[in-house]
Design a protein around this ligand. Structure first.
Ligand code: UD1
Length: 345
């Protein structure tokens, strides 16, 4: 029996694969590599000493997806495949709807056809929209402010309808807060295309000298220093949350949402200062205007995940910054460098 991991070559996917393999699961990975590199999967094998099947296809490729379910005894699915850039989703919404929503529908149809009804879905705190009542619990009002967020919200709703139609489905909707950090080996990490949109990869690229300075988007929020506050969570803690959710869906039926966060918020300037302190590098920044669509404060109440999944985040902000930095300095150009070096041999 195997666990199918969609989007397994990505940032969260690759760390989740390591945790699954280390826990003794057999895995099958599907990833169309549109925003990830197969190099990450080679490194998953390097770190775990374990091989696994990999299919470089899209979820919308129904015949090939069916082939996976025919060729492997899939027991449950961890579904992380999806496009995730907020700004891009506003420019090319149909691409987001086609990829994220149609892909999820094809996946669920095939699961249903093969009697596989256990799924852990990669949702996001973005489904809480502009809600600023913190800490945010799972029953806070939902809403989305952009196409990316709407795809996450719609997929959650599609999965709830699926459970209404057939109560033998078992579904965990994991609402991630702000994943940062990297595997402690420095071999796996976040490899954004082009100039990063998110805070931590931007900070590390400024610190390494690739970008001149950080723009701090707004210093007039109602927070201690006026800059935006978020709940940063180490990607390895997040990956372990998937294993706990998997154990849960294996033993129950139903549909439940869980916040995966630390329950603690840090401002942009606190992140800059912490990063500078633990790495000894300076991060020049300047205050810029607010980024459209941003909210001031967002952090989780993660107690439902602790109570029902037995999961809690262990890694603190220092470790998140150090691990992000180790990944950045050992892989200044992400996964590209090693591929190019291989090509030159
Ligand atoms: C963003 C997305 C969210 C998505 C998440 C994925 C938006 C509006 N939201 O969340 O939907 O699920 O990424 O990880 O894009 N900041 C700066 N300068 C920068 C970058 C960020 O000051 O160059 C600030 C932001 O204003 C915010 C904080 O840093 O206060 C975190 O930003 P970011 O890492 O982009 O995450 P979110 O906006 O929380």
């Amino acid at each position: 029996m195997a666990i199918l991991v969609t989007g397994g070559a990505g940032y969260i996917g690759s760390h989740t694969c390591v945790e699954l393999l280390n826990a003794g699961y057999d895995i099958v990975v599907v990833d169309n590599l549109s925003n990830s590199s197969a190099e990450s999967l080679l490194r998953v094998t390097e770190l775990t000493g374990k091989e696994f099947a990999f299919y470089p296809i899209s979820l919308n490729n129904r015949p090939d997806m069916e082939g996976i379910f025919r060729n492997h005894r899939i027991e449950a699915v961890i579904h992380l495949a999806g496009l995730k850039a907020v700004g891009e989703s506003v420019s090319v919404p149909l691409r987001y709807y086609h990829n994220n929503i149609s892909g999820s529908i094809v996946l669920c149809e095939i699961m249903q056809e093969y009697g596989v009804k256990k799924i852990v879905f990669s949702s996001s705190a973005t489904v809480y929209g502009t809600s600023e009542h913190v800490p945010i619990t799972e029953n806070a009002p939902l809403g989305a402010t952009n196409a990316y967020g709407r795809t996450k919200l719609m997929i959650e709703e599609i999965m709830r309808d699926l459970h209404v139609s057939d109560s033998t489905w078992s579904i965990a909707l994991l609402r991630y807060f702000n994943p940062i950090g990297a595997h402690e080996s420095g071999r796996l990490g976040e490899d954004p295309n082009g100039i990063p949109n998110n805070l931590m990869p931007y900070i590390t690229q400024v610190a390494v000298g690739g970008l001149k300075e950080l723009q701090v988007y707004g210093d007039d929020y109602a927070t201690t220093d006026g800059t935006g506050v978020r709940d940063y969570i180490h990607v390895v803690d997040l990956a372990q949350g998937h294993l706990k959710a998997l154990e849960k869906v294996m033993e129950t039926t139903g549909v439940e949402a869980y916040n995966l966060g630390t329950g603690r918020g840090y401002s942009v300037l606190e992140m800059v200062q912490t990063f500078e302190r633990v790495t000894g590098r300076s991060v020049p920044y300047k205050i810029a205007s607010r980024r459209p669509g941003d909210i001031g404060v967002c952090y989780s109440d993660p107690t439902k995940a602790e109570r029902e999944l037995g999961w809690i985040a262990h890694k603190g902000i220092d470790e998140m910054c150090l691990d992000s930095w180790r990944w950045q300095t050992s892989n200044p150009r992400g996964y590209v460098v090693e591929n190019e070096m291989l090509a030159n041999i």
